[in-house]
Design a protein around this ligand. Sequence first.
Ligand code: ZN
Length: 376
Amino acid sequence: MMRLKRHFKFLAFTASVAIVVILSAFSFTAMWEDPPIIPGSGVTEIKMLSEWLPSIEGTMLDTEVYIIRGAEEGGRFLLLGGTHPNEPGGTLAAVVFVENVSALSGTVYVIPRSNHSAFTHNDAMEGAPQFFSIELPDGSERVFRFGSRRTNPIAQWPDPTIYLHPTGATLGGGEVSNLNRTFPGRENGYSTEKVAAAIMNLVLEEDIDLVCDLHESSPEYPVNNAIVFHQKAAELAIMTQMMLEIEGIDIRLEESPVNLRGLTHREIGDNSDAYVVLLEVSNPSQGRLRGKTTDELVTEGIDKYYLQASKDGKLFAPYDENGYPLDLRVARHVATIRVLLDSWNMMFPERTIFLSDVPPYEGLVDGLGTYLNPVS
Ligand SMILES: [Zn+2]
């Protein structure tokens, strides 16, 4: 009898271990699947980034490039989202362009998941959610991944102790898996450098005029609610700031430091004819002062510790009981891109990029879900 009981216990234990292992495997591999992006009628072509660097084809590094081509020739604009997949405002603003916008003149290339492999895992020790969802007006939901700042170790491991950047600059070893430190990239380098090289090839081969890289930053970080610009794009950034101010949207300007290597604005700006800016918007769900990191914090941006920090005057962005919701963060990005393009069209009338159906600021603030297409 004792023996039978022990036998039963052993079987029960083995079965429960098997169930845990199977469930973990499902959860783990589910992270590798891309939640859908539903292109709007303005998208004329979808390519893969490997078109510009064939060696990444079929790997975790490859990612979609959505092309919105106007009937008339004009300028060429590259919009990067998901350089840092733990900054969902940047990704979602790019997705909003893919799902809504058409071009009258010029061509827009949108890469919503620039560091694709970094969407397939989370940062260790951050307690971040794997997914978050946004409700649509029809009651359905769209699910998105909350990823990592860094490339998945499955795609790139191990990182060196010191990262020797192609310019000769030295950076911390972990920065070799941060896409915003590996530009202009190396075709035969680390995986993250390959992604940067592929994007750099796209810029050069497609004769890109203007690049905008979308980010979010912690509310306690000084470069916040800002346009960071390569010196070539100074006038363009100033004009954009002035026009946004007229609309009641405050944004600060930061010039890209010349010796800070590897960043999109610095390296794409230095290594091509393109004018490059990077946009930051305040995101409490990635800040150091935050409390529990739930999917509600990602979408609503309400956190009592940030409220206290704001009352103590420690933040670089406005913050009150209403939080800093994803709707507002995406609205700021989309409005800034719209005004950036208006400024571009005034400065470069021979290479215009005229878009239609760019969602309005107030509409996005009222609900980003209105501008996402339902999954049929
Ligand atoms: Zn970032």
